[in-house]
Ligand binder design. Structure first.
Ligand code: 13P
Length: 256
């Protein structure tokens, strides 16, 4: 890994307002002297404004976990890019596997969300990854390639600087089964090749590709030691301050 590590904590539907605010305060205090890592958190929609206030003025990003593809409209229960931008988010997760597989999000919908995020000055993190049966059938690359191609349909090279990708094999999410570092790197380097073919070497080399799926303090070093793994999208280990800080500490040591 040659870039500053990009470590994001996806809190999913965890933590109360009090817990989230306390976590963000401690994270801000801890990181104030160490800004060599790109670090962000993805709280619940309802806490975004509070958490953005806590980290305001620090280097910590706040990302929404999702947005709708339209800027406004009659979509009960949905939240728009305009809204999350307004409360201070700079990033947004798009196409997380839980959105794809539990809530049925399609690549077409995901592509529309990416366009809306970019046009509203929100940096999208496009999440991709194969399910267990797809890996077992030898279809990992086919699935990931389609998710990337369809997700990025119509996105120009000059927009790619604002976008990152998270490779999250579904079978490794919340299961304790991490992809072997070499196994993950193989897919990361495949993603970089897709980007190179589509957008050229510069975009391929500068785009951040995070790994997600049972990332924890114990495997941070070996994952980040891989040449094409630029950071981590952490679920379970990001909702405990101690383990998230340990991941950040470890990622600092990887870059020396
Ligand atoms: P876990 O780290 O809990 O496996 O979750 C990964 C994830 O889905 C992050 O977005």
């Amino acid at each position: 890994m040659e870039k500053k590590p990009f470590i994001m904590g996806n809190w999913k539907m965890h933590l109360t307002l009090k817990e989230g605010v306390e976590f963000a305060q401690s994270l801000r205090d801890h990181l104030s002297e160490k800004n060599t890592v790109l670090c962000g958190i993805c709280p619940s929609f309802v806490f975004l404004k509070d958490i953005c206030s806590v980290v305001e003025g620090s280097d910590i990003f706040v990302a929404a976990q999702n947005i709708h593809s339209d800027e406004s409209g009659p979509y009960t229960g949905e939240v728009s890019a305009v809204m999350v931008r307004e409360v201070g988010c700079t990033h947004v997760l798009i196409g997380h596997s839980e959105r794809r597989h539990i809530f049925g999000e399609t690549d077409t919908f995901i592509n529309a969300k990416i366009k809306t995020a970019l046009s509203n000055n929100l940096k999208p993190i496009l999440c991709v990854g194969e399910k267990l049966d797809e890996r077992e059938d030898g279809r990992t690359k086919y699935v990931v390639k389609n998710q990337i191609k369809d997700g990025l349909q119509g996105i120009r090279a000059d927009q790619m600087g604002d976008l990152s990708i998270a490779y999250e094999p579904v079978w490794a999410i919340g299961t304790g089964k991490t992809a072997l570092p070499e196994q993950a790197n193989e897919v990361h380097s495949f993603i970089r090749k897709i980007l190179a073919d589509e957008y050229g070497e510069h975009v391929a080399n500068t785009t951040y590709i995070q790994y997600g799926g049972s990332a924890k303090p114990e495997n941070t070093e070996e994952l980040l030691a891989q040449p094409d793994i630029d950071g981590l999208l952490v679920g379970g280990a990001s909702i405990k301050l101690e383990s998230f800080l340990k991941i950040i500490e470890t990622s600092l040591s990887v870059i020396g």
